[in-house]
Design a protein around this ligand. Sequence first.
Ligand SMILES: Nc1ncnc2c1ncn2[C@@H]1O[C@H](COP(=O)(O)OP(=O)(O)O)[C@@H](O)[C@H]1O
Ligand SMILES: [Mg+2]
Length: 265
Amino acid sequence: MSYLKIDHAGKTFPASGGRENVVLQDVRLDIAKGEFVSVIGHSGCGKSTLLNMIAGLTETTSGGIILEGREVNAPGPDRAVVFQNHSLLPWLSVYDNVKMGVQKVFGRTKTKAERHDWIMQNLDLVQMGHAAHKRPGELSGGMKQRVGIARALAMEPKLLLLDEPFGALDALTRAHLQDAVMEIHARLGNTMIMITHDVDEAVLLADRIVMLTNGPAATVGEVLEVPLARPRDRIRLASHPDYVRAREAVLRFLYERHRFVEAAE
Ligand SMILES: Nc1ncnc2c1ncn2[C@@H]1O[C@H](COP(=O)(O)OP(=O)(O)O)[C@@H](O)[C@H]1O
Ligand SMILES: [Mg+2]
């Protein structure tokens, strides 16, 4: 039995005039515990929809999603999502934003002092301990994303779901956060699914890259194993034959699919 099973899952949204918009169709994927999976695909193909289905934020209209043998049909603290644009509450401090999730998960099992230490430990993990008292409005985009990651991690989710979390950041900040995510994954061994449209990010981070076909009715087109040893070093990998090969395979998939769409229009 797989840890997370996406079992012939589909999503149809009602469209105007009584029509239906079939966004995802027959998505099949088995994810092992501790695996890092990247999902890549063209804009609008249904990546966020799929992630939201796994999170339990969006209802699956056909098939199902099964996490540890139980069907996902509502959000739960075992799954945390980091969105592309941070979703911090602007009127709360960094500390209190993280605290909200911690209260929810550890309100009964950790003492107040333990919860405080845990909040600080997670903020330190993303190097934001120094800004615990600040409000989101006082932070840069990269800092806000780091707090979003700390908040998600502090809930110790079995599954960390990341929806293009670094898409809006400059290249240097993105590189730092990618390294931070790889370290966290190595340390905690939790299962992560990250949507990205950045080919290098997908290859650098993932054990497997799931490539979605173009919509409508998008589905898994190809799944690519990334056979690179960890820990991974972006500079040393840049010229590694397996890295170059994986990168090429993803580019080819995206390029050919893209061509296909243009030809069909
Ligand atoms: N709540 C919704 N209601 C209707 N259609 C939606 C909704 N959310 C997403 N869609 C449609 O689903 C498709 C895929 O969207 P999305 O999952 O956001 O794509 P991606 O993340 O790959 O860019 C789009 O055509 C979008 O218009
Ligand atoms: Mg999206």
